[in-house]
Design a protein around this ligand. Structure first.
Ligand SMILES: Cc1cc2nc3c(=O)[nH]c(=O)nc-3n(C[C@H](O)[C@H](O)[C@H](O)COP(=O)(O)OP(=O)(O)OC[C@H]3O[C@@H](n4cnc5c(N)ncnc54)[C@H](O)[C@@H]3O)c2cc1C
Length: 552
């Protein structure tokens, strides 16, 4: 604890120093907007491969909150809405849904659930199709990148690396309820797969997580911290960028919210995430011309798809009470958290040392041998809001996700005020095909619960609940409960076509010296959680920026 406090004091001192000097040092070779999962990778890679002066600007605070670093602490952070941008969606099937993203050094990588999932080969084949022969974004191109970033505690083979900064681990133990899940999925017909990031994703598996030495490994821990300590990267926290400054179709810097302060740069990289990157572009005059004019923003580049193509993984939670005290319901609340916390501080193990999500399955309910269309985390608690445990009774939540949703939504400006939150429409289950897949997955999970290993411990299905049986009834229930898994992507789509926001080198079309490098550039979402793919695309994209800088 003493060491932690010392580190906090040093960080605070450095931060104040930056505050003081901000007015005097106004120019950098490269400015990165957003120190999230991608921004930390971009800054670190640039620090390692160029001599450029680098400013990393983050709207949130530093990551000094100890709950960020304790793996199970993310539930506390989310329950109290700490370190997040709080938004809500426009009504989805009649009601608004809560939406969040990280607002802190490390962005989502500092507050997320730490699941490490790369996706499927066909996801990246679609990225390659999007750019054609103008770039290299296939799985074969990205696999070496994933491996270079990774420090895996178990696997070291043709799929996994051990020399990168990003700690990846298998769970240190699998609780009894999740052991039953592992068996029940196999009884249902889904094979056991020890490594869903290896040869195939198909199967029921232990969850790989970005945790090392019982601490969260955020993108800050994985790559950035040494470059902050050496001063190679100048970090400005608590500074919100409102627009990119563009002169003669070239980005020349950024404007901050406070006092309209301007910082100039030779290159600007936008890594503000899938909600804020398109918002900042639009406030800078880069976006759909008609929308910009509506809000009185002068159009610099008519880029019709800025903010379009929003898609996300929508969660459908099937919940059941279980018998006895199986799972983590008791450990996740009241005296249980105190006990788990004490155990963590004394022995560094127990429920607080992991993310509490120990098994997962990826499968196609209509063909067990085919590439998975559904992901299902087996979360051993009942939480009505998906985050904080609800009630004393133990239970299991099967978080069902349609991996390759067809539905597309958008992020649009609410008004001309850059401090306003944008309008967000993820369009959950907007396409009939997604709804059909979700309904099929609910039916499948009911069959899993009826298998030999789970049936004896399931006490009662809570949701959807026994009265809901027909496809139409399940479909209506899905529309009522569906919510975000916090994986927004696609709003600054990469492609070779003229409507794409960025090209295959992630350069914003129509403006020189400006790139977007974050989850928003994905043309299509990866089949799984998006943190690892975002960090991989960030390294790959920054490699291209470095090549271009050297060529210039
Ligand atoms: C609650 C939650 C749980 C998740 N769980 C998982 C998981 O278990 N596994 C997984 O793989 N993925 C998970 N994700 C998703 C993953 O974290 C994201 O895909 C990833 O963080 C996206 O990276 P990014 O760099 O695009 O954006 P972010 O990580 O969101 O980074 C954007 C950064 O830019 C900053 N910023 C925004 N606007 C401005 C501005 N105007 N000026 C300055 N700075 C700005 C933000 O504050 C933020 O720090 C989760 C996300 C959340 C929110």
């Amino acid at each position: 604890m003493a060491l932690l406090r010392l580190r906090v004091l040093i960080e605070r001192y450095k931060w104040r120093e930056k505050e003081k000097t901000l007015m005097s040092q106004e120019a950098y070779d490269i400015i990165i907007v957003g120190a999230g999962a991608a921004g930390c990778v971009v800054a670190s890679y640039l620090a390692e491969h160029t001599d450029a002066s680098i400013a990393l600007i983050e709207a949130g605070d530093t990551d000094r909150d100890p709950f960020i670093h304790i793996p199970a602490g993310f539930a506390k952070i989310l329950a109290h809405d700490r370190h997040v941008w709080k938004y809500e969606t426009v009504p989805q099937h009649g009601t608004k849904r809560a939406y969040r993203s990280g607002k802190v050094l490390g962005g989502g990588s500092s507050i997320n659930a730490m699941a490490y999932v790369r996706g499927q080969i066909r996801d990246y084949a679609a990225w390659q199709d999007a750019v054609g022969d103008t770039g290299k974004w296939s799985y074969q191109d990205l696999l070496p990148v994933f491996m270079a970033q990774e420090d895996n505690d178990t696997f070291h083979d043709e799929y996994h690396g051990i020399n990168g900064g990003l700690a990846v681990q298998l769970p240190k133990g699998i609780n009894e309820l999740n052991q039953y899940c592992l068996k029940a999925f196999q009884e249902y017909g889904i094979p056991f797969n020890p490594d869903y990031n290896g040869k195939s994703q198909i199967g029921v598996s232990p969850v790989q997580s970005t945790v090392g030495n019982q601490r969260r490994c955020s993108a800050v821990d994985a790559y950035l911290r040494p470059h902050l300590a050496s001063g190679r990267v100048t970090l400005l926290t608590g500074k919100t960028v409102v627009r990119i400054l563009v002169e003669n179709k070239r980005a020349v810097g950024v404007e901050l919210m406070d006092k309209g302060l301007r910082i100039t740069a030779g290159e600007v990289v936008l890594s503000a995430g899938s909600v804020h990157s398109p918002k900042i572009l639009m406030h800078s005059g880069i976006g759909p011309a008609e929308q910009l004019r509506q809000h009185g923003i002068a159009v610099i580049v008519d880029s019709p798809e800025v903010g379009e193509n929003l898609h996300d993984h929508a969660i459908v939670p099937v919940r059941a009470y279980v018998k006895g005290d199986l799972g983590y319901q008791a450990a996740a609340q009241g005296l249980g958290t105190v006990k788990a916390g004490l155990r963590y501080f004394v022995t560094k193990d127990g429920p607080a040392s992991g993310n509490g999500i120990e098994t997962v399955s990826h499968w196609n309910p209509s063909d067990f041998a085919a590439e998975p269309t559904i992901q299902c985390y087996h979360v051993p608690i009942i939480a009505a809001d998906g985050i904080s445990p609800t009630g004393d009774r133990s239970g299991i939540t099967f978080e069902l996700v349609v991996l390759q949703p067809k539905s597309r939504g958008w992020v649009r400006l609410a008004d001309s005020d850059p401090t306003s939150m944008p309008l967000i429409n993820p369009n959950f289950m907007g396409e009939e095909e997604d709804l059909r897949a979700a309904v099929e997955s609910v039916r499948a999970v009911r069959k899993v619960m009826a298998q030999e290993s789970l049936a004896p411990v399931i006490a009662e299905e809570i949701e959807p609940g026994p009265p809901i049986q027909s496809d139409a009834e399940i479909g209506e229930w899905v529309k009522r409960v569906v919510t975000t898994m916090f994986h927004p992507v696609g709003t600054c789509r990469m492609g070779q076509d003229a409507r794409a926001v960025v090209d295959a080198r992630l350069r914003v079309r129509g403006v020189d010296g400006l790139r977007v490098i974050d989850a928003s550039i994905m043309p299509n979402i990866t089949s799984g959680n998006t943190n690892a793919p975002t960090q991989a695309l960030a390294r790959h994209g920054t490699g291209m920026l470095v090549e271009d800088l050297k060529r210039a």
